[in-house]
Design a protein around this ligand. Sequence first.
Ligand code: CTP
Length: 399
Amino acid sequence: MSIAGKHIIVGISGGIAAYKTLSLIRFFIQNGAEVKTVTTPNALHFVTKLSLQTLSKNNVYDDMFADVGEISTAHISLADWADAMIVAPATANIIGKFANGIADDALSTTFLALDKPVFIAPAMNSRMYDHAAVQQNLQTLAHRGVHIIEPPCGELACGDQGKGRMQEPEVIYERIAGFFLSHKKFLGKKVLVTAGPTYEAIDPVRFIGNHSSGLMGICIADEFANRGADVVLVCGPSAIKSKNSAVKRIDVVSAKEMFEVCKQHFETADITVCSAAVADYAPQQIATQKIKKSDENLSLELVKNPDILKYLGEHKTPNQILVGFALETENEMQNAENKLKSKNLDMLVLNSLNDQGAGFGHSTNKISIMFSNQIPKHFELKSKDAVAKDIINEILNYI
Ligand code: CTP
């Protein structure tokens, strides 16, 4: 079991779903993890300290000032001890504190002191969950790398229907166990990702480019780094920042520059994902001065850029995994299948401009994933963060 031997902090804030957290603790313990619990004062209205102590086989950390001495720095020793923390249920209040750096109780203090993976399972009334303040706090946390285990839709404790009920303990457990499994497989693996557009200079002020924002590839690089991989991101011009500071980002401008950097890093890469929207052609001559307008027509002579993905496919060894993207506007499946074969890829991610909300300029994407001689797998429209997770999970299943 991937979770055996792991040290998990289970944080509990004051919501009715806290009773389900007892089952979550049992899943961890039954699968060989060690658990220490941290609660807010309100959590103890819903579960007793005795239940938490008995199930976790450890003391409960609920009061920062309970015992002067060892306990006064307990949040630091807990942070050192832990491999990960799950906060379930996470109320609107604790989410707000986490997002804004407020540390006024045992749980919020532990959160701030922790530099390990954190998962939170929000639980609250659906109107509270949908409130802009809560949504913004969740986004802030997600941007900082906190894993949000989204509540499913269903009946809430107050009788309302909607999104806000805490995710079931089995699902939370699977998510965290899956994280450690994937971490184990990707830890120390070298991953090369290309992202963004390329700009092909015409003269000192103009270029040929495209609408790619780079978001999809940046999310992929971040997610690989979240899972312990050693990531090099070769990124064309993009205003979007990488969230995970462990990503080694190399910013480039043109296809030729991207090609040169990729060649340097490809040989040692275990996994390469080419998601960049590389310009297929570049002006043959870059004018040294700004081109002045004169004649009615202006012709530019364009020459083919190197096909980076094709080159990597031709040079890859059997142990290397190569993933390409395809953006098609017609005959999607057939073109994608051809690309998979002709570029010698292990996997191809197809996004279609025909799908609303997919592709360039959107924060969402809708993809299909293809492996050679297999039926394509179609995914729902999702945030690019979530799409990155799907892509990496498919790679995980493949390796
Ligand atoms: N790609 C690349 N270098 C290029 C062109 C494309 O590495 N010069 C990669 C992209 O990063 C993507 C894949 O090739 O992973 C598919 O790109 P796409 O433009 O859809 O296909 P092309 O191979 O360029 O073919 P076509 O434009 O004819 O569809």
